[in-house]
Design a protein around this ligand. Structure first.
Ligand code: CDP
Ligand code: MG
Length: 729
């Protein structure tokens, strides 16, 4: 009792800002910390920043305490005190992502305060890191948690995603993408700045999370003080437990799900988007109160659907039907953060209709959803190691995904889930789980990072699910051809520098060699443009006049020799026009994307200067200005070249002799004999996107080691190259 009072005193007296580690060096403090959220009701000062708590803090705290994880707080912390690793499974929305990191932080802070009172240098070590596979989740959750802890985002609570670090010296809780933690590990292999790591959304099984599993398993051995919590939404949890030798306790947090009625369609649907829109409108017309969540696959599809739903509902009203008002909200990863936040805002007096990608399946919880419309598709990465092409494809979801989606309808009240496929199809066609990303990715970038982490044997690494041998082989081969790895499989100096850039290995190589082609300024701009979302604003379908104006604007920037050069033109024009938002608007250019490219460019430039890579340009008036740029691109992307087959008038990739088409978005006004491309997208057909005209001779000059005849499949391109070789001699 006496201690209890003393603790209270510690809190409400003076806790100076930023001196948390000095607080409460009480001996035998025991389990619960006196100064944190659950006990904070009595105190007026926030221990994290020494400021008085706001009104909002207590209101949110009351809400938080109703989340299912709060019932298990002591059980969880107790398990974590006794074990180094803990696996935690809980229904989406039970409070894992927002609450557990705060619980762990409180616990770790107490530990540090107990063992090293007053040692400010160890403050940094208290940091708790929580990984997220999705950037959007890292941003939005950190914002929410900053509010919950009543601190400013970017100070005590931060987030780190590629090209954007919103954490600082005061940060004690950081949400970061799994890819960024992997990156941090290359500089800090034992992750010494963290006292605890939380791998969230582990069921997503992204490549980065999978590698982190293997890495952390090693790190935990060298750092007995480090704690690891693995959190997931589905039932694969036993697998995670098994991976850590079965020693990690598994805590399941029962959800408080209400019943969800599942309705299947009688027949399979020909056009799932159309059918989805119809269903949503129907629900809005006929069903009782409650918000709607529709799952679609990507930005364009979502934006179109939002417009069409609004139109249909508008028509009903115009036609004299009695329907309530609706607020229609899109949600996808490339949406600007301010708009993403909209999904969490209440829309009183109207029915909220959220049209989202898979983000809303488990990463973000939207309260108030009662109706889920699930067409059964998702856009995901598919990799064909035979072809060497990685592409985003719309594919059927797994049963596990379908169940997750259904669950979104029953969080606050009994709900309904409309599956736009037949029950038979659910039973017979859907895979039970989604394959881990590891087995469907091109692992080039990952291998580079793993090498840098000191993982020598990529083949025998402790993978949770090892990639296919062909995939392994393709990735190693790619790094070898790029010069990132030597014959023995060791990282070369070039490979080391390549791994410093947050770019894929080919693009990084183009950038690193660009000074040799006297065009590093330009390649830097192109790399930056390739790293941000599409900079062209596409006016809505059906608005013909706007569309024509947008096409005209795009044509003004088009460089006939290729899309890479077009991107460069746009970047230059943006700078010449003083980064003016209204100029962007007039020219159908996405201002946000441009600002972000400019920022990325600066970051890449800093890495270049660290490695003394010269910034240079060929004189603009020179004939070689664009030639040099095209050559430098090829010097990185020489494995992505397609050749126009005379006999058929079609393109085929040189490396694998696969039929491909120029993407309709290309600015090329002709069909060059040879093109280098940035990526292959497979939809109804295989398209190569962002293509630039190159010359066959350059292949022999720039990448002779790759264009050796025995490497190439029998095809027309090979015959043409043979002639080129012969003519040289
Ligand atoms: O991670 P998990 O799915 O278990 O749940 P969570 O993301 O921690 O969300 C728990 C609750 O926090 C949600 O049900 C929301 O009420 C609230 N939340 C919010 O209001 N705003 C956010 N940006 C995130 C969560
Ligand atoms: Mg979560």
């Amino acid at each position: 009792m006496a201690i209890e009072r003393k603790r209270k005193l510690d809190v409400s007296s003076t806790v100076p800002a930023g001196k948390l580690a000095k607080v409460a060096p009480t001996p035998n403090v025991g389990a619960a910390s006196p100064m944190f959220a659950d006990q904070a009701s009595g105190s007026i000062f926030n221990p994290w920043n020494g400021k008085p708590y706001s009104q909002k803090f207590h209101r949110i705290l009351d809400q938080r305490k109703t989340l299912p994880v709060w019932q298990h707080k002591e059980e969880i912390l107790d398990a974590l005190r006794k074990n180094q690793v803990l696996v935690l499974v809980g229904e989406t929305g039970s409070g894992k992502t927002t609450q557990i990191p705060q619980f762990v932080l409180e616990m770790m802070t107490m530990t540090v305060a107990e063992t090293t009172p007053g040692d400010d240098k160890r403050r940094k070590k208290m940091m708790v890191g929580c990984t997220q596979p999705r950037r959007v989740a890292a941003m939005s959750v950190s914002q929410r948690v900053a509010e919950e802890m009543d601190v400013t985002l970017g100070e005590e609570v931060g987030y780190t995603i590629r090209f954007e670090d919103k954490s600082g010296p005061k940060t004690v809780l950081n949400y970061l993408t799994d890819g960024m933690l992997l990156r941090e590990a290359t500089a800090d292999p034992l992750l010494r700045s963290y006292s605890a790591i939380i791998l969230d959304e582990a069921h997503e099984r992204t490549v980065a999370t999978d590698i982190l599993f293997g890495l952390l398993k090693r790190v935990l051995r060298s750092r007995p003080d480090l704690k690891l919590v693995v959190m997931s939404a589905t039932l694969e949890a036993e697998k995670f437990q098994g991976y850590f030798g079965g020693e990690a306790p598994l805590i399941k947090i029962p959800g408080r799900l209400h019943d969800v009625e599942v309705l299947y369609t009688a027949e399979s649907q020909r056009d799932y988007v159309e059918s989805a829109i119809r269903t949503v409108v129907q629900v809005h017309m006929c069903e009782g109160p409650g918000d709607v969540l529709l799952f679609l696959t990507g930005e364009e599809e979502i934006e179109d659907a939002c417009r069409n739903i609004a139109k249909e509902i508008g028509n009903l009203v115009g036609g004299g039907q009695v329907v309530g008002p609706a607020t229609i909200i899109p949600l996808y990863s490339t949406l600007p953060p301010a708009l993403q936040q909209k999904v969490f805002e209440p829309a009183p007096g109207t029915r909220k209709i959220v049209v989202s990608t898979n983000i809303a399946e488990t990463s973000l919880t939207i309260d108030g959803i009662v109706y889920v419309v699930d067409p059964g598709f998702v856009k995901r990465k598919v990799y064909d190691p035979r072809v060497g092409a990685e592409s985003l494809q719309v594919t059927p979801i797994s049963k596990a995904s379908a169940e997750q989606r259904k669950g979104r309808a029953g969080r606050t009240a009994p709900g309904k889930c409309y599956r736009l496929y037949t029950e038979k199809s659910f039973d017979e066609d859907l895979q039970s789980q989604t394959d881990p990303e590891m087995v469907r990715s091109n692992l080039g970038t990952t291998f580079l990072t793993m090498k840098k982490l000191g993982i020598d044997d990529l083949v025998h690494f402790d993978y949770m699910d090892p990639p296919a041998p062909k995939t392994l082989e393709r990735a190693l081969e790619m790094l070898y051809y790029l010069g990132a790895m030597d014959d023995e499989g060791n990282l070369t100096k070039l490979g080391r520098i390549m791994s410093e850039f947050p770019l894929d290995p080919q693009t990084a190589k183009a950038l690193i060699v660009s000074p040799q082609f006297n065009c590093s300024n330009e390649i830097l701009s192109i790399c930056a443009m390739l790293s941000v979302p599409n900079c062209f604003v596409r006016p809505p379908k059906g608005v013909a006049r706007r569309k024509a104006a947008a096409d005209e604007a795009k044509a003004r920037f088009a460089h006939i020799e290729g899309d890479h050069l077009t991107l460069l033109n746009i970047y230059h024009a943006f700078k010449l026009n003083n980064e003016d938002p209204s100029w962007c608007y007039e020219n159908f250019i996405n201002y946000k994307a441009m600002k972000s490219a400019d920022n990325v460019r600066q970051q890449l430039a800093r890495i270049m200067s660290r490695y003394n890579l010269r910034m240079c340009s060929t004189e603009f008036g020179s004939r070689d200005y664009y030639v040099n740029i095209r050559k430098a691109i090829l010097a990185g992307c020489f494995m992505q070249v397609a050749h126009l087959e005379r006999s058929t008038g079609r393109y085929r990739t040189v490396r694998d002799n696969q039929a491909v088409h120029l993407h309709p978005s290309t600015c090329l006004d002709h069909n060059p004999q040879w093109v280098v491309y940035n990526e292959c997208v497979v939809t109804s057909r295989s398209f190569i996107r962002t293509t630039t005209d190159i010359r066959g001779e350059w292949l022999l000059d720039i990448a002779p080691h790759f264009y050796e005849m025995e490497n190439l499949p029998e095809c027309e391109a090979k015959r043409v190259l043979k002639t080129l070789y012969k003519n040289r001699r």
